[in-house]
Write a protein that binds this ligand. Structure first.
Ligand SMILES: O=C(O)CCC(=O)C(=O)O
Ligand SMILES: [Fe+2]
Length: 321
């Protein structure tokens, strides 16, 4: 097994309701065997990707002092710019050789959950670049809609109501992230990595990657295989919440990024995560006497915060105060 499946999801956008079953079956196989697949035939226009990528490149090229005006480590709700080595995805390696911009659902200061100081809730912190905010806010909405279309297709194989995820994604904590990986200058891939080996935390991740390459996925035999860039696609992978919901029927698969040699790399993952209070517990159809629930029940926010505390020193320091 060394080739990730590629699924054409365009039938999900046709009037033919029978098409859903066939796409759902393909997604189900990919989720069970890989926890990773590519999608093509999605509705995000190439011109949108180009515009977002162009803005991301210009943002990361700004002087450090400018980027640090929206330093993520100065927030409690995890929005803004993360400088190189802010995150350490693999605790056995040095911190990651990448810089990031994170945004979520913009909640204004007078939103009840912001007034109540609920974790991960609050306003976005955008750089003051012309056109940035409206572009990114629209892209967030469109990526959320794409994620929910895929999740709706997954309900068919998981045997749950068609709107199971839709009802849980009201005011989600989903994150849209831009990443810049500076080039590595040594031949070794064993020291500092672009993104250390990890599993994602949420339900599903939709990843745009540019042409540089470097994403690797661990297959069920434990071998690292390349997930090369394929134009016009997103790489889709499941996160730990989906593994928990499905009792590991769907895999949350380790992956990593080896920094490219001599070139910069840009990627943009969208992490689809439900409302913070959503219970994450084994679905009824995914357990029986022979397969009891493997994981204790948790909530979306509780789970995310514990994972952030594992990988971000700044979050541990905030918790210690
Ligand atoms: O940049 C990539 O290709 C993958 C990034 C990733 O796995 C993550 O941010 O969770
Ligand atoms: Fe990841």
């Amino acid at each position: 097994m060394n080739q990730l499946p590629i699924i054409d999801i365009s039938p999900l956008y046709s009037a033919d309701q029978n098409a859903w079953q066939s796409i759902a079956t393909q997604i189900d196989h990919a989720c069970r065997e890989w926890g990773f697949f590519y999608i093509k035939g999605h509705p995000i226009a190439p011109s949108r990707i180009d515009a977002v990528l162009d803005h991301a490149q210009r943002f990361f090229a700004l002087p450090a002092a400018e980027k640090l005006k929206i330093d993520i480590t100065q927030t409690r709700h995890h929005r803004g710019y993360g400088a190189i080595a802010t995150e350490q995805l693999d605790p056995s390696k040095p911190s990651d050789l990448k810089e990031t911009f994170d945004m979520g659902l913009h909640l204004p200061a007078d939103h009840p959950e912001v007034i109540a100081e609920k974790p991960l809730r609050g306003p976005n912190r955008h750089p003051s670049m012309p056109g940035w905010e409206s572009l990114m806010e629209q892209h967030y909405v469109d990526m959320q809609a794409l994620a929910q279309t895929l999740l709706r297709a997954m309900t068919l194989a998981l045997g749950i109501e068609r709107d199971f995820f839709d009802t849980r994604f009201n005011e989600p904590v989903s994150v849209l992230r831009m990443i810049h990986y500076p080039p590595r200058h040594t031949a070794s891939t064993e020291d500092q990595q672009g993104a250390g080996a990890h599993t994602d935390y949420g339900c599903i991740t939709l990843l745009y990657q540019d042409a540089a390459g470097g994403l690797q996925v661990r297959n069920v035999q434990g071998e690292w295989i390349d997930a090369p860039p394929i134009e016009g696609t997103f790489v889709v992978n499941l996160g730990d919440m989906m593994a928990r919901w499905s009792n590991d029927r769907y895999l949350s698969t380790p992956h990593r990024v080896i920094s490219p040699l001599g070139v910069d790399r840009y990627s943009m993952p969208f992490f689809a995560e439900p409302h913070p209070d959503t219970p994450i517990e084994c679905l009824p159809g995914c357990q029986d006497e022979r397969h009891p629930a493997k994981y204790p029940a948790t909530t979306c926010a509780e789970f995310l915060l514990s994972r952030f505390a594992d990988t971000y020193a700044y979050r541990r320091e905030q918790e210690a105060v």
